[in-house]
Design a protein around this ligand. Structure first.
Ligand SMILES: NC(=O)c1ccc[n+]([C@@H]2O[C@H](COP(=O)([O-])OP(=O)(O)OC[C@H]3O[C@@H](n4cnc5c(N)ncnc54)[C@H](OP(=O)(O)O)[C@@H]3O)[C@@H](O)[C@H]2O)c1
Length: 242
């Protein structure tokens, strides 16, 4: 039995990935701040018949992270944690704004959720991950590489998360590290970034991002940065090795 921790799993990509892993028989620990939404997600995920535990809280809260780590270590047992997904994330203040209008406190809050929390959770769970030969999966963004106006704080946080994840993989031979750009997705976060705009042309998380990530987990290529769309294309194009 495989075990995963997915942060931010009540909606969007985290919820869709949790559903697919539950379908595949994984035991799950899932988190989010909204306890009622989390309880609902846990109920749905438990319909799959495997262990699912919800831990409500903000990933930037050290006390919450300690609780999450305790739950995960207990569930994963001696086998260890197979997959840690750093999915919970914040854009920072919306509407997104140029750096000259982004306060230092606002930037610190973005880094607390998108960078410091994943680093702390990874450290707390590293022995369990190493025991299982597990995987750290950081959900990244093209904003971590490109320099889009108004996306500077969020983009810097994703660049930092990528760097931490791939450096960890270089340091820890027992652990794989992936930074995955899921591509644009029709989610609440994307709508918040494009306030008032029609985003119905963007794919749902289960259309590209989740199948791309599942391909990554199935094939376990070398640690590195990947795009979900490329992973999916390689998996579905005859003659192209994934
Ligand atoms: N959507 C896109 O187009 C897009 C593109 C590139 C990358 N991404 C990345 O993909 C990932 C998923 O994004 P999404 O669009 O699926 O987001 P989403 O639909 O807004 O869902 C975010 C999830 O994370 C939880 N969450 C948010 N802040 C949290 C915190 N501080 N602590 C714990 N849980 C928290 C939310 O629940 P609560 O609000 O109850 O906490 C929710 O379950 C993120 O890392 C994002 O940066 C998204």
């Amino acid at each position: 039995m495989s075990t995963a921790l997915i942060t931010g799993a009540t909606q969007g990509l985290g919820r869709a990935l949790a559903g697919s892993l539950a379908d595949r028989g994984w035991d799950l620990v899932v988190t989010a701040r909204d306890g009622a939404a989390l309880a609902h997600a846990v109920d749905e995920l438990r319909d799959h018949g495997h262990q699912v535990v919800g831990a409500a809280g903000d990933v930037s809260d050290a006390v919450h992270r300690d609780e999450v780590a305790d739950v995960v270590i207990r569930m994963a047992g001696a086998h260890g944690l197979d997959l840690l997904v750093h999915n919970a994330s914040t854009l920072g203040p919306v509407p997104l704004r140029p750096l000259r209008e982004l306060s230092t406190d606002d930037l610190a809050a973005v880094l607390a959720v998108n960078v410091l929390a994943p680093h702390a959770l990874t450290r707390a769970l590293l022995p369990s991950l190493a025991a299982a030969g597990g995987t750290v999966l950081a959900i990244s963004s093209d904003a971590g590489i490109e320099h889009y106006e108004t996306w500077g704080g969020y983009g810097a946080s994703k660049a930092a998360l990528d760097h931490l994840t791939l450096t960890l993989a270089a340091e820890e031979p027992a652990v794989r590290g992936y930074a995955v750009d899921p591509g644009d997705m029709r989610t609440a976060m994307h709508q918040a970034a494009f306030l008032g705009e029609d985003i119905t042309d963007r794919p749902l998380p289960q259309e590209v991002a989740v199948p791309g990530i599942l391909t990554l987990l199935d094939t376990r290529p070398a640690s590195g940065r990947y795009r979900a769309a490329d992973l999916l294309a390689a998996a579905t194009t005859p003659g192209v090795a994934s």
